[in-house]
Design a protein around this ligand. Structure first.
Ligand code: NAD
Length: 360
């Protein structure tokens, strides 16, 4: 797997591998950067096809967390962890979560775990029985489910997309297509329906899709149709990453892509340009989906409710700033450049403080 070479190419500080003989738990924790502070990032439970796939996922996700925290103006680094499930039916247990909590604890607070796909607030509370470095639970740890805040931040980013494309930030008479109406997608659909949009949905889990139809009045797309090719105003990927590649981008029939999923571009070095060349505005994933991180990291850092809420409102402005930086080029590349400026500014401030300039 050439782990060290991969770490060098992504710029990771530390990657740790863990296995627990008693529960069979296998996990990887990747700390991409602690330049701006300790790093909060979710734990993903997934039945990866191979260890190499898990490694690729955790490296990309943790790198994205560094940019997400920096772009949002948080004093946080970037990290993420993955649990490699032996099969998709493996149920989460307290014993497994506690073993994961013990792994997290070995990093002494450099890494703070939270929810991601497959990990619930209950799972976070189980992990927190073994370490204080967990957010996102409701009893042993705190912060709760971040997905309502992620959805709200994405909705705010959509407003910036509308104004940038010369429209009013008014969702009535718009059609939005959402792929995946789970924790974040469902809440995004709810906000959009309340704002007057028509919402077209797909979900591989039929009861989840039915819930969005029955409770929110969304329209389910037939199995024979491809959501990414539907003529809509906004496409919101809210399932897993990597769905925007050369082929899907060539067939997109929307003017805006803005969703909650992480790592939407399969190949960031080419796909960002490809979307821009098609004249489609892409709101970079780690800008649009930062609301949940802002919520949990904000609580961890001791911010007030009002400060946290304001930062989620600010996602609209940050999206606009990234679009201005991108001009007609890749908005994904512009978002990374935007975050790197903040990381460099934070790093130089630390050096100045460390050099005896505490008041600077
Ligand atoms: P979730 O598991 O609750 O929901 C995802 C939904 O997508 C599920 O209902 C699943 O059945 C569906 N799905 C999976 N593959 C699909 C496909 N090919 N087509 C249609 N539907 C499909 O997860 P979530 O918490 O909503 O997270 C969704 C995405 O947002 C993930 O990429 C996650 O990393 C990212 N994200 C989530 C948060 C958060 O606060 N939960 C924060 C930032 C980013």
């Amino acid at each position: 797997m050439n782990v060290l070479s991969q770490m060098q190419s992504y710029g990771h500080e530390r990657v740790t591998f863990h296995q627990d003989a008693k529960t069979g738990l296998k996990a990887i924790i990747a700390i991409h950067s602690t330049v701006l502070g300790n790093a909060l990032g979710g734990t993903r439970r997934w039945a990866y096809a191979s260890e190499a796939d898990a490694m690729h996922d955790v490296l990309r996700l943790s790198e994205g967390m560094t940019y997400k925290a920096a772009a949002s103006g948080l004093a946080m680094g970037g990290a993420k962890s993955v649990i490699i499930m032996p099969n998709a039916n493996q149920q989460p247990t307290e014993a497994e979560a506690r073993a994961m909590g013990r792994f997290v604890d070995t990093l002494a607070g450099k890494y703070i775990a939270a929810e991601d796909v497959g990990v619930s607030p209950q799972y976070c509370d189980w992990m927190a029985m073994e370490t204080k470095h967990v957010m996102g639970g409701n009893t042993v740890s705190h912060g709760g489910d971040p997905s309502p805040y992620t959805a709200l931040g994405c909705f705010n980013s959509m407003k910036a997309c509308l104004t940038h494309t010369g429209r009013k930030a008014d969702f009535s008479n718009l059609t939005v297509a959402i792929q995946g109406v789970g924790a974040t997608g469902y809440r995004l659909a709810k906000l959009l329906r309340a704002a007057g949009a028509a919402v077209l949905v797909t979900d591989v889990h039929v009861p989840t899709m039915k819930r969005a139809v029955e409770e929110l009045g969304c329209v389910a797309l037939g199995n024979d149709k491809n959501l990414f090719e539907q003529k809509v105003d906004i496409l919101a990927p809210c399932a897993l990453g990597g769905m925007l590649d050369a082929k899907t981008i060539a067939n997109l029939n929307c003017s805006i892509v803005c969703g909650t999923a992480n790592n939407q571009l399969a190949n960031p070095s080419t796909d960002g340009d490809a979307i821009a060349k098609r004249g489609i505005l892409y709101s970079p994933d780690f800008i649009a989906n930062a609301g949940g991180l802002i919520r949990l990291a904000g609580l961890y850092l001791g911010m007030t409710e009002a400060e946290i809420d304001q930062k989620i409102v600010d996602i609209e402005q940050i999206t606009t700033e990234v679009f201005a930086l991108a001009n007609t080029g890749s908005t994904g590349a512009a978002a990374i450049a935007f975050a790197k400026v903040k990381i460099a500014a934070g790093a130089s401030k630390k050096v100045l403080v460390g050099a005896g300039g505490g008041s600077r």
